[in-house]
Write a protein of this length. Structure first.
Length: 352
């Protein structure tokens, strides 16, 4: 054992916050980043050579660990299994499913810095979908950026941007095209500082085309396997941490795209900050924003400053979140009873 502590290459995305968490654990082992998950196994990269496929990455069993692609992990001394998952910056977590007595929440991807919410110009705008995506993005802890792609299909991009402006609020909106290459540099700029990007959006909006434009040649090496996976309906398509040309990372995971609402943070409050601001101005603190006198929300609707549909969206999302919380509590309670008051075993990933 050397007393020289080996810290990971910052090019892998290692930064002060991870370093602090790792040192708080007593600086065990050498942290690596999970680049891929297959049934029961994590692929862990500890150098750029490993990330680029020049050297062999580590393959470790992830028994009993809730590990996701993008995670920083430390393996056991014998490299047999994952011993520590370093505290995440952000996480996309799928709503819990329940497996026997255990509540199984599943983290699909971790330590994403920027999530691009992709919408296509030339298709009807979908503000309701963007609302949900923003809730998810804010909840994850990543920074959302809206991308309006397929600029080559429209003469004017402004109407598309306008149609989403009441929902996108202060979130940056980029214009791009995976076909013409428009806006790709701007997207790539978000990866500076070795940051990790991902794309979220409805099927057919143009995510894969943007990814290909962004990753370019480096993508080709993996695409043969990937295409095969997508066609073979029995295999799940693996999420993958892909190095971008230049610097930064892409987490490409179809699972994230189909994410259902998860509750954890203040995603709803942030995605609907305009409506919450209005609510602060209602005359009564327990205003239901329905028929009450002095309701600032209803006044905004009457004055045309707020779309009634947006208020309904918000109410639906709040109800959905409450129902999920209730479901989670009921299952936790039932599980505790079955466990006879013992604490529950650690959550397992479905890959075990
Ligand atoms: N004209 C044009 N077509 C695009 C663009 N991006 C994607 N497409 C097309 O839209 C379809 C869906 O694209 P894809 O990237 O597979 O969408 P995904 O389902 O979001 O991954 C394909 O036929 C693409 O060729 C674009 O920027 N311009
Ligand atoms: Mg695709
Ligand atoms: Zn009110």
């Amino acid at each position: 054992m050397s007393d020289l502590i080996e810290t990971p290459d910052p090019a892998l995305g290692w930064a002060d916050d991870f370093d602090e968490s790792w040192r708080a654990l007593g600086s065990p082992g050498t942290p690596g980043r999970v680049s891929r998950l297959d049934r029961g196994w994590s692929t862990v990269v500890r150098s750029m050579d490993e990330a680029r496929g020049v050297a062999d990455p580590l393959r470790v069993r992830n028994i009993g660990a809730d590990v996701a692609v993008g995670d920083w992990v430390v393996s056991s001394d014998d490299d047999e299994r994952i011993e520590h998952v370093i505290e995440r910056r952000s996480a996309f977590t799928r709503r819990a499913s329940f497996d026997g007595m255990r509540a199984v929440s599943h983290t699909l991807a971790a330590n994403i810095d920027v999530v691009f919410l992709v919408h296509a110009l030339g298709s009807p705008p979908s503000p309701r979908r963007l609302e949900r995506e923003l809730v998810l993005a804010f909840d994850s802890g990543a920074e959302p950026v809206v991308v309006l792609t397929k600029t080559d299909l429209v003469v004017e991009s402004e109407p598309g941007r306008e149609a989403l402006a009441d929902v996108s609020l202060g979130v940056p909106v980029l214009l791009a095209s995976g076909i013409s290459g428009d806006g790709i540099d701007e997207i790539r700029d978000y990866a500076q500082g070795n940051r990790t990007l991902t794309f979220l959006g409805a099927s057919g909006v143009g995510k894969s085309t943007l990814v290909n434009a962004l990753v370019g040649d480096q993508r080709q090496a993996t695409s043969a396997v990937r295409e095969g996976d997508q066609r073979g309906r029995h295999t799940t398509v693996a999420a993958e941490l892909v190095p971008l040309p230049g610097e930064g990372w892409l987490i490409d995971t179809p699972g994230v795209r189909a994410l259902s609402l998860w509750l954890s943070g203040n995603g709803i409050e942030r995605a609907f900050a305009d409506v919450f601001d209005l609510m602060d101005n209602c005359r009564f603190r327990d205003c239901k924003h329905d028929q009450e006198p002095g309701c600032a929300v209803q006044a905004a609707i009457a004055g045309g400053a707020l779309d009634q549909v947006r208020l309904h969206s918000l109410e639906r999302l709040i109800e959905e979140e409450a129902a999920l919380e209730e479901e989670q509590r009921a299952h936790d309670k039932a599980a505790d009873k079955r466990a006879g008051g013992r604490t529950r075993p650690p959550e397992q990933s479905e890959f075990d």
